[in-house]
Design a protein. Sequence first.
Length: 274
Amino acid sequence: MPGFLVSHFIENEKGVEVFTKNLSTNNYETFNGRNLILAMGTLNTTRCVLASLKDYETELPLVDNPIAMIPLINPFLFGMANRDKNIMGGLMNLILERNEQLPIQASLYNVGNILLSDLIMSLPLSAEVLPSAIRKIITGLFVAQVFYPQDCQPPSRLKLRRDGSLEINSQQKPGITQEERKLIKLLRELNLFSHPMLIQRPNPGNAIHYAGTIPMRQQPDKKYECDANGLLNHFKKVYLADASLFPELPAKNHTFTLMANAMRIAEQLKKKMG
Ligand SMILES: Cc1cc2nc3c(=O)[nH]c(=O)nc-3n(C[C@H](O)[C@H](O)[C@H](O)COP(=O)(O)OP(=O)(O)OC[C@H]3O[C@@H](n4cnc5c(N)ncnc54)[C@H](O)[C@@H]3O)c2cc1C
C-alpha cells in the first residue's frame, strides 16, 4: 500500500485486519481484507510476522549469498584514453560448475566509474601526479564479484527487538577457496591479474539477497514455515510472497524467481477465492 507503513496484522473470522501508519498524515489507520499477501521484502515481512505474533524471543535463520570481491588488473589497458575502446568495459557473467555442489556465480565489472577520490589515499604518489596517474590506471582496473550459494556460510540469526528493530547476528567463514584460486587462474587468460591475498570479503548481508526466514515446505510443521502456496503455518488467510519463504538460495540472483513465485502464489489464491 503506497503511503502506508504496515506494522502488523490480526487474522479474524472475517479475514485479516492490517494496522498501518499513514505517512502523509502520521495517523494510524486499519484496513480489512479477506486475505493478506505480505511481500514487503524478506526483512520487513519477517518483522511484520514477528510483530503480529508479539514474538521477541524466537531467532529465525536468515540466508544470503556469501560474497568475495577479487580485484583485477589488466596492465595492457593502462593509459587508454578512450574508455569506449576498453574491451572489458561491459559486464561478463561466469558460472563455475562444481562436483556435487551448487555452482558459483561471478560477475566481472569495470571499476572505471568509481570516484577518483576513492583511489587517492591508496596510491603512494605525490598530489601533483596523482590525478593524471589515476586516470591512466583506472582503465585497467576490474573487479570480479563472486556469489556463493547460501550453504557456503552458516545462516545469520534474526530476531525482533521490543523497539521494533531487527537484531541480526552473522558468522563468516574465513579463508580463500579453491574456486577463487581457479577463477584467478582462468582470468589470466583474459590478461586480468590478481592474487588470492587481495580478495576482500564483505560482511554477511552485503549481497542484499535475503531469504529463508519463514521457509515453504511441502508439509510445514513449525510455527515459522509456509506451505507450498505461501500460506503461513497456523493461519488461514495470511500468505507470504517474497524471498522470506525461499528455503534456500543458489548463487544466481534470485529476483526473477521471486517475481515468478509471487505471481504463482497470487494465481493460486485467486483460484481458491473463486
Ligand atoms: C543495490 C541493489 C542491487 C541489486 N541487484 C540485483 C540484481 O542485479 N539482481 C537481482 O536478482 N537482485 C538484485 N538485488 C536484490 C533485489 O532488489 C531484491 O531481491 C528484490 O528487490 C526483492 O524484492 P521484494 O519484492 O521481495 O522486496 P522489495 O523490492 O524490497 O519490495 C518491498 C516493497 O515493500 C515496501 N515495504 C517495506 N516495508 C514496508 C512496510 N512496513 N509497509 C509498507 N510497505 C513496505 C517497500 O517500500 C518496497 O516497495 C539488488 C538489491 C540492491 C539493494
